[in-house]
Design a protein around this ligand. Structure first.
Ligand code: CP
Ligand code: NVA
Length: 303
């Protein structure tokens, strides 16, 4: 079993992962050890930089009693063109589970099709499932549930937006995404979510997405790998920011989320990111707890 996209999960899987994350978080806070992954090794293969995903996976694995091997494409044969299918077969002989961060989602799919151990997507240009699982955990904690809420997404129709759309289809919340023209989420993902009855809408007006929202979320205007488009994107995304005025349109108790890293003054203002509605640090912490639930689910429950 793999976790390459949120759509690999069903409603029960999401509920299970959230229940386990909550329980593992409680255990951790009380200092009660839980080491079901003793003797197991996680391979991290990262072709892009990372702070949260890498560290939360490493710490999760250590807390669960296992070990980690980190490989960047720079210092492995992947960077010198060794085929993905060869790497996958060799790594399967050494490690018990792999998390990959790559550019093309097809690379992770190809890797998974040649791996005999579970593969986790640690971000591709198309999806970021582990982040959105941490996000829904954060919403559950802050709002007590996620079914009858409105989430307003402001900005790029990127990997995060795509994973939010897939999560809306499973978790059942209303999702309104305000994206500038030309920067919509992946059409096939939108169509798939709508076909399954999800309440997902793409609009141009950020006020429309923010009005009466329980959650406002955003992400950088230029993702990793889009550095050359930065100037063009700065122009295209002008106004697609979460600021104090936009926040006033959301519900009084709305929370503001950001997967981080944040670009203050672009997709979010400093005062909102640091303000009373922001839950970004709890959101980042929850990466650790949900990674544990994911690792346990893939290696222990389905191993
Ligand atoms: N949110 C997130 O995935 O952060 P990193 O790029 O630091 O892993
Ligand atoms: N959309 C961003 C998310 C970073 C966690 C990127 O892909 O760079």
């Amino acid at each position: 079993m793999n976790l390459l996209a949120v759509s690999d999960l069903n409603t029960d899987d999401v509920k299970h992962l959230l229940d386990r994350a909550i329980s593992l978080k409680k255990r951790h806070k009380r200092g009660i050890p839980y080491q079901p992954l003793k003797g197991k090794v996680l391979g991290l293969i990262f072709e892009k930089p990372s702070t949260r995903t890498r560290v939360s996976f490493e710490v999760a694995m250590y807390h669960l009693g296992g070990d980690v091997i980190f490989m960047s494409s720079r210092d492995s044969q992947i960077g010198r063109g060794e085929p993905v299918k060869d790497t996958a077969r060799v790594m399967s002989r050494y490690v018990d589970v792999v998390a990959i961060r790559s550019f093309d989602h097809g690379t992770v799919e190809e890797y998974a099709s040649h791996s005999s151990v579970p593969v986790i997507n640690g971000l591709t240009n198309l999806h970021h499932p582990c982040q959105v699982l941490a996000d829904i955990l954060t919403i559950l904690e802050k709002k007590g549930g996620y079914k009858d809420i409105k989430v307003g997404w402001i900005g790029d129709g990127n990997n995060m937006a795509n994973s939010w759309i897939e999560m809306a289809a499973i978790a059942g919340f209303q999702l309104k995404l305000a994206c500038p023209e030309g920067y919509d989420p992946e059409l096939a993902i939108l169509d798939g979510a709508r076909a399954s009855g999800a309440s997902v809408e793409v609009v141009r007006d950020i006020k429309d997405a923010a009005r009466d929202a329980d959650v406002l979320s955003t992400d950088v205007w230029a993702s990793m790998g889009q550095e050359e488009e930065r100037e063009k994107r700065l122009d295209a995304f002008k106004g697609y920011s979460i600021d104090a005025n936009l926040l006033k349109l959301a519900k009084e108790d709305a929370v503001v989320m950001h997967c981080l890293p944040a670009h203050r003054g672009e997709e979010i203002t400093e005062d909102v990111l640091e303000g009373r509605s922001s839950v970004v640090w709890d959101q980042a912490e929850n990466r650790l707890h949900i990674q544990k639930a994911i690792l346990e689910w893939l290696v222990v429950d389905n191993g």
